[in-house]
Design a protein around this ligand. Structure first.
Ligand code: ZN
Length: 552
């Protein structure tokens, strides 16, 4: 007889199973949601009375920066934030930690679970640093996690894309994802980071510019990796940080990137940063181009986006887009960190501040909100701040209020730069989100986009990752402090207090590939890398609670 845990009486929002606020019992056993026992005399070992409360699957952050060398460098770079920030104190079940815009590892896990998020993916890890990332994940408690590997400037990928050798690229990608124990393929400014590494202030400015030395274009890289993700049947599509992030007029590059996918699946990340009209180096022409881009997304079902919402305040930008880090450090006259990873990637970090008196920042804020309101199908737009780039993940409740409460949105709109009213459609958008739609863009949608069949819903077989909220008219209040957060069937959080520590799983893929391809890859390592081929793959000892997600 299994030990049952019953949650009874709550209003359940489970959009993947068509449940929109109905009162429904949830039976849990072995960390999973199960069918109610057939025998009506069976009593649960434990019952949680959730009458009057709102129940959703645990939140899923599909794009954030929480582990790996870049995140760790940002922590060390900003001691001033740590000194002034909230202190996470050690308790019987918690380690101590520090906050600021880049929380320490343990604090990251505690803050996510405290917010009702039970899964998060770091979006940009150079595979050469995968081992470091797994070690930080081990110290990021309470949530399940995974990461995407940077591939858009990897020399092996650039060569295979140039030659159009898709078979070689598929074998390499299968090997690479398995060797790093990663979840998906990430492109960051494909080709542009390589030019940055070759030339002072170098970059590419469009998807058909030639990447010197490799004689390949960003378009070729985008198409090759998108095809590869599909041919390997990866649960998640290629994850694209397009070229020209943050530049006025970049919407044309974004549109060209989406068109270049030619029907292959593609996820356009932090799309807010890629939706700008206007002329180069002229702030006065800066405007929103969400309209035409959202129209394109609405009419092309192969595409999904996450927003990368900007919120006003201080934060830290961190990116695999080396030239972007340099650009931002010049704009803000701030500290700057830049690093190259041999053969694979780049990185830039700079402290930044978004001000509501700034035209550009106010427009960025409005452009993010336009994306939520102009994509018709909530299953294809995901909530993100590109934590910590647009703001902290701790701002998600504020974004929820902006989406659900039009008068609040109007109020904030009055406080931002007045030109936003002319240069964005935000003031005219009357749409408000329902609780069901919030459940889609924060859990059910990202689960589906990531191909996580056992997450983002509350049907039998799902992981028992559940967040229970006290309804409140102010949705920011409601979503800031869940009443209970349940992870793998255990109540980890009650009224904001962590009751129990929990390790969480590593979610990764291990696609099949032709093992004879390893000979070519091994020779590549002998010729080019400072590390030996046999030392590169991450051993099983580094991945704790690993769960392999099938490629099918
Ligand atoms: Zn990012």
């Amino acid at each position: 007889m299994p030990d049952y845990f019953l949650i009874t009486g709550g209003y359940v929002y489970d959009p993947a199973n068509g449940i929109d606020g109905q009162v429904k019992d949830l039976w849990i056993s072995g960390g999973k949601i199960v069918e109610p026992p057939a025998d009506p005399t069976v009593r649960p070992a434990r019952t949680l009375n959730a009458a009057g409360l709102v129940i959703m699957p645990g939140g899923i952050d599909m794009h954030c920066h929480i582990a790996g060398p870049k995140v760790n460098a940002a922590r060390k770079m900003r001691p001033e934030e740590k000194r002034k920030g909230e202190v996470i104190r050690r308790t019987a079940v918690m380690h101590s930690g520090t906050m600021g815009s880049v929380p320490s590892t343990f604090a990251t896990g505690y803050k996510y679970i405290g917010l009702g998020y039970t899964t998060a993916f770091d979006a940009a890890v150079p595979p050469l640093a995968a081992r470091h990332t797994h070690e930080e994940f081990e110290d990021t408690p309470c949530i399940d996690k995974g990461f995407y590997v940077l591939m858009g400037n990897n020399h092996y990928v650039l060569r295979a894309a140039k030659e159009g050798d898709y078979e070689r690229l598929a074998n390499f990608t299968g090997w690479l994802l398995g060797a790093a124990k990663a979840y998906a393929c990430k492109l960051v400014n494909p080709g542009g980071v390589e030019v940055w590494k070759q030339q002072a202030s170098g970059n590419v400015h469009g998807i058909d510019e030639i990447v010197e030395h490799f004689d390949v274009t960003p378009r070729q890289v985008i198409q090759a990796v998108a095809r590869t993700a599909d041919s390997l049947k990866l649960p998640h599509s290629v994850h694209i940080h397009a070229n020209n992030l943050g530049m006025p007029g970049n919407w044309a590059t974004t549109l060209a990137t989406m068109q270049a996918l030619e029907g292959h699946r593609g996820h356009m990340t932090h799309i807010q940063f890629h939706s700008y009209g206007g002329g180069e180096a002229d702030e006065n022409t800066f405007n929103s181009k969400v309209g035409p881009l959202a129209d394109y997304v609405n009419s092309h079902s192969n595409l999904t986006v996450d927003v990368g919402q900007v919120l006003f305040g201080k934060t830290t930008s961190m990116t695999g887009d080396g030239p972007l880090g340099y650009y931002l450090a010049n704009v803000y006259k701030s500290k700057w960190f830049s690093a190259d990873t041999e053969m694979e990637a780049g990185c830039g970090i700079a402290p930044i501040e978004y001000k509501n008196k700034s035209l550009v920042h106010s427009l960025q804020w409005a452009i993010g909100l336009e994306w939520y309101l102009l994509v018709n199908d909530p299953w294809r737009v995901v909530m993100s701040t590109d934590h910590p780039n647009g703001g902290s993940f701790l701002a998600y409740p504020q974004i929820i209020r902006l989406l659900m409460d039009r008068s609040y949105r109007e109020e904030i709109l009055k406080e931002v730069h007045p030109a936003v009213r002319e240069r964005s459609r935000l003031a005219d958008l009357t749409r408000t989100y329902t609780l069901n739609e919030i459940a889609i863009i924060t859990r059910a949608g990202p689960a589906r986009i990531l191909g996580l069949k056992h997450k983002g819903h509350l049907g039998p077989g799902a992981d028992a990752d559940i967040t229970i909220y006290t309804p409140h008219e102010n949705k920011e209040t409601m979503f800031s402090l869940p009443r209970y957060v349940i992870k793998s069937g255990r109540i980890l959080v009650e009224d904001g207090d962590i009751r129990e520590e929990h390790d969480g799983k590593l979610l990764h893929v291990a696609p099949g590939y032709d093992p004879s391809a390893e000979e070519h890859i091994a020779q590549w390592f002998e010729d080019c890398y400072s590390i030996r081929f046999r030392n590169y793959p991450v051993g099983d000892a580094y991945s704790h609670g690993a769960e392999k997600v099938a490629c099918e």
